[in-house]
Design a protein around this ligand. Structure first.
Ligand SMILES: *Cc1c(COP(=O)(O)O)cnc(C)c1O
Length: 398
C-alpha cells in the first residue's frame, strides 16, 4: 500500500498504534447479544462462563509472549495504571522494606508522577540521571541502593528515544540486594523478546494500544514467588485476586490477548523489517547536514528514530510537515506547556536542541513507499525552513 492521498503518513506508532484488523474482529465477537458479552464474574450461567473462558485464554496468550505463568498477570486499564499499581502498591503495601525508591529522570510520566506523589507523602526518591545515550547503568543503580530501598522502577525501552535499558544487568543488582524491580515495558512488549522465566524482574507494566491492540487495556506482571503484597489502588468487587477491582472488559482483554498472539508469530520478521525501514529513512535524509541522532544508534528498538535538526524549530517543522507526515515533537506528552521534553533534558540536551527534536516511529503498517515519501518531505521542508530562517534576524533554532 502506498500512503493514502489525503491522510499524512503515520509515523507516530510510539504514541499509539492502529488496532490490527484481526484483533478488531476478535473484539467485535465479544460485544453484542449474539457474541460473548457476558460478565466474566457471573458464575451462574453460560454467558458468564464463556466470557471468563475468553478472558483466561487471553491471559494465556499474553503470558506466552513473555514466558510467565498466566496467574502472574493482573488486567488493568493500561500501562499508566499498571505503573501506578506497581509503584504505589509496593511502597504503600504492608511488606515494603522502607520508604525509599529509585527511578530515573527519563521515565514515562506515569512513573515520574507516581514517584512525585509518593515524595509528597514523605517517601524519598533517588532520581538517576542516565548517560548521554539515554541508558541508566547497573552501576548507578547499585550506588543508589540503600537498606531502606523498597523498589527500583526503570523502563526497558524509552518511549522518546527508543533506547534499551540493560534490565538484565540491573535485575542482577536488585536481585542480589533483594529489592524488587519494576520495569515499564510498554514500548518493549511485542517489539523485542521478553523472557520472564530468565529475567529476575518482580513487576512489569504492559499496554494494549502500543502493540496493535485497543486503548484502555493493559496488564501488570506480578512475580508469584517474590512475596510482594501490593496495596490495591482500586477498591470494589475484589476482581483480579483483590488487586484490581472492576468488571473485566472482555472485548478489551480479548483484543490484548489476540494482539500478543499475533505479535509472537511475526516478532522476528518485524524486527528485521523495521530495522530496514529505519535504515531507509535515515538514508533518505542523509543529504541534510546538522542532523543529530538523539539516543543511541546501536542499542534501541528499530521502530523509533529521534532526530534534532539544527537551525530549525521542531514545532515549526512538525506544523510544516503536518499535511504529509504525522510525527511528534519529543515533548508531545506535555505539549500543552511547550516545555522541552524531560527525557531530552534528562540526557543533557540544551533547550534549543530539545526544541529542534522530532520523533519518527514506524510500525507494522508502515511501508517502504511511505518511508521514502516521508523522508523526501522532511528533506524538502527542513531545507525550506532553513532558507527562510537564514533571512531572519533570529537565525537558528530558538
Ligand atoms: C504509552 C506508555 C505508557 C502509558 O500507557 P497507557 O496504556 O497509554 O496508559 C506508559 N509507559 C510507556 C513507556 C509508554 O510508552
Amino acid at each position: 500500500m502506498t500512503h493514502t492521498a489525503h491522510m499524512p503518513v503515520y509515523l507516530d506508532n510510539a504514541a499509539t498504534t492502529p488496532v490490527d484488523p484481526d484483533v478488531a474482529a476478535a473484539m467485535a465477537a465479544c460485544l453484542t447479544m449474539d457474541g460473548v458479552f457476558g460478565n466474566p464474574a457471573s458464575r451462574s450461567h453460560l454467558y458468564g462462563w464463556d466470557a471468563e473462558e475468553r478472558v483466561e485464554q487471553a491471559r494465556v496468550e499474553v503470558s506466552e509472549l513473555i514466558n510467565c505463568d498466566p496467574r502472574e498477570l493482573v488486567w488493568t486499564s493500561g500501562a499508566t495504571e499498571s505503573d501506578n499499581l506497581a509503584i504505589k502498591g509496593v511502597l504503600l503495601g504492608p511488606r515494603a522494606r522502607g520508604r525509599h525508591l529509585i527511578t530515573s529522570r527519563i521515565e514515562h510520566k506515569a512513573v515520574i508522577d507516581s514517584c512525585r506523589w509518593l515524595e509528597k507523602q514523605g517517601f524519598e526518591v533517588t532520581w538517576l540521571t542516565p548517560q548521554a545515550n539515554g541508558a541508566v547503568t547497573a552501576d548507578a543503580v547499585a550506588e543508589a541502593l540503600r537498606s531502606d530501598t523498597a523498589l527500583v522502577s526503570l523502563m526497558s525501552v524509552n518511549n522518546e528515544l527508543g533506547v534499551f535499558t540493560d534490565i538484565e544487568a540491573i535485575a542482577a543488582v536488585t536481585r542480589a540486594a533483594d529489592v524488587p524491580l519494576h520495569v515499564d515495558a510498554a514500548q518493549a512488549l511485542a517489539k523485542v523478546p521478553i523472557d520472564l522465566a530468565a529475567l529476575p524482574v518482580e513487576l512489569m507494566s504492559f499496554s494494549g494500544h502500543k502493540i496493535y491492540g485497543p486503548k484502555g487495556i493493559g496488564a501488570l506482571y506480578v512475580r508469584r514467588d517474590a512475596g510482594l503484597a501490593l496495596e490495591p489502588q482500586m477498591h470494589g468487587g475484589g476482581h483480579e485476586r483483590g488487586l484490581r477491582s472492576g468488571t473485566l472488559p472482555t472485548h478489551q482483554i480479548v483484543g490484548m490477548g489476540r494482539a500478543c498472539a499475533l505479535a509472537a508469530e511475526i516478532l522476528d520478521a518485524e524486527i528485521a523489517r523495521l530495522r530496514e525501514l529505519r535504515q531507509r529513512f535515515l538514508a533518505g535524509i542523509s543529504g541534510l547536514d546538522e542532523v543529530r541522532l538523539n539516543g543511541d544508534a546501536e542499542r534501541g528498538v528499530p521502530g523509533i528514530v529521534n532526530l534534532a535538526f539544527g537551525r530549525v524549530d521542531g514545532e515549526a517543522l512538525i506544523l510544516a510537515l503536518a499535511a504529509d507526515v504525522a510525527c511528534s515533537t519529543a515533548s508531545a506528552c506535555t505539549s500543552a506547556t511547550i516545555e522541552p521534553s524531560h527525557v531530552l533534558r534528562g540526557i543533557g540536551l540544551s533547550d534549543d536542541l530539545a526544541h529542534a527534536s522530532i520523533r519518527f516511529s514506524m510500525g507494522r503498517f508502515t511501508t517502504a513507499d511511505e518511508v521514502n515519501y516521508a523522508a523526501g518531505r522532511v528533506v524538502e521542508t527542513v531545507t525550506r525552513l532553513r532558507a527562510s530562517f537564514a533571512g531572519s534576524p533570529r537565525r537558528g533554532a530558538r
